[in-house]
Design a protein. Structure first.
Length: 162
């Protein structure tokens, strides 16, 4: 399981309403999905070999990751220390392999039903750690708007590949 963790001062998600569910008949309408102020924007990619253990590891790691400033302006505080929120988005493209050719392969990404289950399990694990969680819309084209603070962006892999 892979994660991209960004410290943000704000983040929000909208997604396009499908043609069959157009909002008030407005073409290209978007639906608000979730938003946070200070906290973490977390992209999660689920791999074919990932398990609940991988989700537990990343949830614990992210909840306790000390990437927020303390009074001495050192990154010494976690999302838990400050009571901030997390906006969590499933993103299968984190498992892309672009080493060969020009079109990435997604063969290492979990199939959608397995990915959804582990994504939702990860979100529940984050909640279990005490983090208030908002979620993206699984398998939808989303627009994510955010302001990265720092900037701080951390890459994590439950298999410790990097």
């Amino acid at each position: 399981m892979r994660a991209v963790v960004q410290r943000v001062s704000e983040a929000s998600i909208t997604y396009k309403i499908s043609d069959s569910l157009q909002h008030n008949g407005v073409e290209g309408a978007e639906q608000f999905c979730g938003g946070i102020s200070d906290g973490l924007l977390v992209y999660i990619g689920v791999g074919v070999d990932d398990s609940e253990g991988d989700a537990e590891y990343l949830a614990d790691k992210i909840a306790h990751l000390r990437i927020f400033m303390d009074d001495c302006e050192k990154m010494n505080l976690s999302i838990l220390d400050l009571g901030h929120e997390a906006l969590i988005v499933s993103q299968f493209t984190l498992l892309a392999d672009a080493r060969k050719g020009r079109r990435p392969s997604y063969s290492q990404a979990a199939e959608p039903s397995r990915a959804r289950a582990l994504y939702e399990f990860f979100c529940e694990e984050m909640r279990g750690q005490g983090v208030h969680v908002q979620m993206g819309k699984f398998q939808e084209i989303m627009r994510i708007r955010y302001i990265n603070e720092g900037p701080v962006t951390i890459l994590l892999d439950s298999k410790k590949a990097f």
